[in-house]
Design a protein around this ligand. Structure first.
Ligand SMILES: *Cc1c(COP(=O)(O)O)cnc(C)c1O
Length: 362
C-alpha cells in the first residue's frame, strides 16, 4: 500500500477510516442477510431501522429538541437553496426573505431564492472580500420577514459565525454544510439548520434538514413533492427511493462520532487542530491568513504565501509529501486546509510540520 495520504479536500471529504473498514467488512452481507445494504428496499424493516437509528443518534449527539424534525432530502445543500423559499416564504404575505452575504455559497443561496420570493440582502462582507462576518443587529431585521438565512461556516474563505444573530420572531435558517456536528450548537436559536452531507458526514448528493415543527405546512402550491418538507416529514423521508447507501454511511459516521466522545469532545479536538495551523500562519511573515483572526473557522483554514508562484510550489510539494487537495477554491486562490471531524490530529501535525519546513526552505 502507498504511504498514508491525508486528504484536506473541502468536499467530498475524508471519512473516518473505521467507518470505511466497517462498510467494506459488511458490504456483501448486511447483518447476516446474505445481501448488501444497497440491494435491499428502502421500505424493508432492516433499512428503516438504519434510518431511524441515524435520526436517534443525531438527536442524542446534538441535543436537538423534540420539536424539531429531521429530514433526509435529495440533492445536497444547493437543492435546499430552492427548497427553503418554496417551503417557508409563504409564511408571510409579502414573501420577503432576508439573506446575509458572507461568501460564495451565501450568495448562491440568495440568488436561487430570487426565483421564488422577494430577497433582501441585509448585510454583506463582499466589500472586504469576505474576510469577516458582517455586523448585524436586530433592528436591521424586518419582523415581517419569512426568515433570515445565514451560512454558518464559509467554506471558501474560512470564516464562521462565532455567535449567531438575534432575530426576534423571524426564524433563523443556517446552512451548516461545512461544520455540522463540529461544534456544540443550541438548536433552539434556529428555525431550520441544514447541511449537504459530503463534508462532515458522508456521501454527496443528499442533505439533512432539521426543522422546527411549527414552520412546516407553509409550502407554496408549486413546490415539487420531493422538495416539500412537510410531505417528507409525513413520509419519514421515504416519499420515494431515498439514497439508502448515504443514510447507512451517515449512521456509521454518527456511531463513530459517539465513540469519539460526541460533539463536545470533537469540538475540543477541532479547536486544537485549527489552533496548530493558525499558530504557524501567525508565527511569522511567510503565510497570510485570508480570514480576520476573530472570524476564523476551525473547519477550513485558508491562507496564502507571498505569491501565486510560491503557492503553486507549496501545493506541488505538499502533494508529493502525501498532503492531498490543499488547493484553495478557484474564487479565492492560495491554499485551504479543510480539517473536518474525521481529520486526525496527526494529519494536521504533518501539515503544520510541512508548512514550517517549507517556510524555512523558502
Ligand atoms: C459545499 C457547500 C455547499 C454546496 O453543497 P452541495 O451539496 O454541492 O450542493 C453549500 N453550502 C456550503 C456552506 C458548502 O460548504
Amino acid at each position: 500500500m502507498a504511504d498514508k495520504v491525508y486528504n484536506f479536500g473541502a468536499g467530498p471529504a475524508m471519512l473516518p477510516e473505521p467507518v470505511m473498514k466497517k462498510i467494506q467488512q459488511e458490504w456483501l452481507d448486511f447483518q447476516g442477510m446474505g445481501i448488501s445494504i444497497i440491494e435491499i428496499s428502502h421500505r424493508t424493516k432492516e433499512f428503516v431501522a438504519v434510518l431511524d437509528q441515524a435520526k436517534a443518534l443525531f438527536r442524542e449527539l446534538t441535543g436537538l429538541p423534540d420539536n424539531y424534525r429531521i429530514l433526509f432530502i435529495h440533492g445536497g445543500a444547493r437543492m435546499q437553496f430552492s427548497a427553503l423559499p418554496l417551503n417557508f416564504a409563504g409564511r408571510v404575505r409579502a414573501k420577503k426573505c432576508l439573506y446575509v452575504e458572507t461568501g460564495n455559497f451565501a450568495s448562491l443561496a440568495a440568488k436561487e431564492a430570487q426565483i421564488f420570493c422577494q430577497v433582501e440582502t441585509i448585510a454583506s462582507s463582499a466589500a472586504t472580500n469576505y474576510d469577516r462576518i458582517p455586523e448585524l443587529t436586530i433592528d436591521q431585521i424586518d419582523q415581517n420577514s419569512a426568515y433570515l438565512h445565514i451560512t454558518s461556516n464559509n467554506t471558501l474563505y474560512g470564516t464562521r459565525w462565532q455567535k449567531f444573530p438575534e432575530t426576534g420572531n423571524v426564524p433563523l435558517i443556517a446552512d451548516m454544510t461545512s461544520e455540522l456536528l463540529s461544534r456544540q450548537i443550541d438548536y433552539n436559536q434556529f428555525g431550520v439548520v441544514y447541511a449537504g452531507l459530503q463534508k462532515n458526514l458522508g456521501p454527496s448528493g443528499m442533505a439533512m434538514v432539521m426543522v422546527r415543527e411549527d414552520l412546516l405546512g407553509h409550502a407554496g402550491k408549486q413546490t415539487p413533492t420531493l422538495l416539500n418538507y412537510t410531505q417528507c416529514d409525513k413520509d419519514n423521508s421515504l416519499t420515494n427511493t431515498t439514497n439508502t447507501f448515504a443514510i447507512y454511511v451517515i449512521k456509521l459516521v454518527l456511531e463513530w462520532l459517539k465513540e469519539q466522545g460526541g460533539v463536545a469532545a470533537i469540538e475540543t479536538l477541532n479547536e486544537k487542530k485549527a489552533a496548530r495551523l493558525y499558530q504557524v500562519i501567525d508565527g511569522g511573515e511567510f503565510y497570510h491568513g485570508i480570514a480576520l483572526p476573530e472570524h476564523r473557522s476551525i473547519m477550513n483554514v485558508s491562507f496564502k504565501t507571498a505569491s501565486e508562484e510560491l503557492d503553486g510550489k507549496f501545493l506541488q510539494e505538499a502533494d508529493a509529501a502525501g498532503l492531498y487537495a490543499l488547493k484553495g477554491h478557484r474564487n479565492v486562490g492560495g491554499i485551504r486546509a479543510s480539517i473536518y471531524n474525521p481529520m486526525p490530529l496527526v494529519g494536521v501535525e504533518k501539515l503544520a510540520g510541512f508548512m514550517e519546513e517549507f517556510e524555512q526552505r523558502n
